[in-house]
Design a protein around this ligand. Structure first.
Ligand SMILES: [Zn+2]
Ligand SMILES: [Zn+2]
Ligand SMILES: [Zn+2]
Length: 496
């Protein structure tokens, strides 16, 4: 028995923040007090099986009578012995009332399918923790929705619930108590991972989009697969990689001043070209975004897994040679192919070029793709000049004086980028792979920031590709060469 001026717990020596009637051994902190009242077993004093909150000098457990603990610990409702929660009634009885109310199907009784859940929760060793969980507003809302059939009592129904953590926890409970069929173990691991991972996404818009994708696509597919047989760890890992890369893509777009809704083909190509294999898992997300109208419908870059590298330098040279010599190909296609293979230009940028972007000082030909203009070596210069003298679609009445390098059929309009891509593919020129190869080769020949400036890409992109291919220019400092004054080139700047 102690009455110290600064009271500490007689069991754990913690400083007391609130004082309750002292027990024979002294004051108890709330933790020790609660734990004591949740201890049941055989009393070493009288041998009765009951609540044994007391501790004998030899360490044995004692009932309230044998320990001399003051107060009353019998529930006025059920007469059970334990801590009284409220109005002399134990937590177990209060929990029973609460579950009867929350799980009422509207007829004054617990929805029959949920009786097992109710029994399971009531049978839990610590009713107070269940009471605390079921006192949260969103948990009450979810339970009521399920009980009244406002949300389907199924895995799909649970998936539609928010917040995720509570829905996942409830799913575990429903499966554990046999209300819902057991789900695949790997699927559960995925769900838990997802519940932990999503809150780490800082951008709220990104997180919401990824939440929807995870629930409505990734998890639905996994559950469909689980019906046919156990999901292996590799499938789970693949699903996680897909989400992680999807998040990486959204972050990348933000860093480039873009959003998923305004994403362009050039963005998609560029992102893939930086590290195709690592980023490919995001393609499921991209297809889903296009199908659900979250982003414009664009062509998803593909590359055969049998040949995972961009086209080789050898292939690139062969294609360039063909562009110059193959007179069987239409001249516009040959010129466009040259620009793609030499400068890694997206189709949208090529069709935006005007004849004024081709500078000819009588000796050298340069192309204004960025600042400074990029030199165009022979024999490509001659090919381009020959083409400019014979551009198509100039004879139509609508286009007499077009300055577009690739005039379209419609008056005053350049050729549509998709038409150009289509024509090049038909001619056997791989547009995306060709660009990737060109970009990779370019950064081996010049410092990445210089390439970036010349071509109007962001320096960080070309720097990353430079590091990727082991360019000797990787550590080139952009500040070493000052750019000529004037507005810095923006990406994919429309021209003309
Ligand atoms: Zn204590
Ligand atoms: Zn006893
Ligand atoms: Zn009771």
């Amino acid at each position: 028995m102690t009455t110290s001026p600064t009271p500490v717990c007689a069991r754990c020596s913690r400083t007391l923040t609130w004082i309750i009637t002292p027990w024979p051994e002294g004051h108890l902190c709330s933790t020790c007090w609660t734990r004591a009242l949740e201890t049941h077993g055989r009393c070493t004093g009288c041998g009765t099986e009951r609540m044994t909150p007391g501790i004998a000098p030899d360490g044995g457990r004692l009932c309230t009578d044998c320990a001399g603990i003051p107060g009353s610990y019998f529930c006025l409702r059920c007469q059970g012995e334990g801590r009284r929660h409220r109005d002399g009634v134990c937590a177990h009885c209060i929990l029973t009332d609460r579950l009867a109310e929350l799980l009422d199907d509207g007829t004054g009784r617990i929805r029959p399918e949920l009786v097992a859940l109710s029994e399971g929760l009531r049978g839990a060793g610590r009713p107070r923790s269940v009471l605390s969980w079921t006192s949260r507003a969103h948990v009450q809302r979810i339970l009521r929705q399920l009980a009244r059939g406002e949300v389907e009592l199924s895995h799909d129904g649970i998936n539609s619930l928010s917040p995720w953590r509570s829905a996942t926890y409830l799913r575990d409970l429903l499966v554990h108590h046999g209300v819902l069929p057991a789900v695949d173990r790997q699927l559960l691991l995925f769900q838990r991972w997802r519940a932990d991972w999503l809150p780490t996404i800082g951008d709220v818009e990104h997180r919401r989009l990824l939440e929807r994708f995870a629930a409505w696509h990734v998890e639905r597919k996994l559950r469909e697969a689980a019906v046919r047989g156990p999901i292996g760890p590799s499938r789970d890992a693949q699903a996680r990689r897909g989400l992680v890369q999807a998040a990486a893509f959204l972050t990348w777009l933000t860093a480039h001043g873009q959003t998923i809704g305004r994403c362009t083909q050039a963005d998609l190509d560029l992102w893939h070209s930086e590290d195709f294999l690592a980023r490919r898992p995001a393609q499921t997300f991209l297809r889903w975004c296009m199908a659900t109208g979250q982003m414009p419908r664009l062509a998803i870059p593909t590359r055969s897994t049998a040949n995972p590298a961009p086209i080789s330098q050898h292939q690139r040279l062969a294609l360039l040679r063909r562009a110059v010599t193959d007179t069987g190909l239409p001249l516009p296609d040959r010129v466009a192919a040259t620009l793609i293979l030499l400068y890694a230009q997206p189709a949208s940028r090529i069709t935006a070029l005007t004849v004024d972007d081709v500078l000819h000082d009588g000796e050298h030909v340069t192309l204004r793709l960025g600042d400074p203009p990029s030199p165009l070596p022979e024999p490509f210069a001659s090919l381009l000049l020959a083409y400019i003298a014979n551009r198509p679609n100039l004879t139509t009445a609508t286009n007499p004086n077009s300055r577009w390098l690739f005039p379209g059929r419609r008056g005053g309009q350049p050729l549509q980028p998709n038409s150009l891509k289509h024509r090049l593919r038909r001619a056997g020129i791989p547009v995306v792979h060709g660009r990737t190869a060109a970009l990779r080769h370019l950064v081996l020949q010049a410092p990445a920031p210089v390439v970036a400036t010349m071509l109007g890409y962001q320096a960080e992109t070309t720097t990353r590709i430079a590091a990727d291919v082991g360019s000797p220019w990787t550590r080139y400092a952009p500040g070493d060469h000052t750019r000529p004054p004037g507005p810095s080139p923006t990406r994919h700047r429309p021209r003309g």
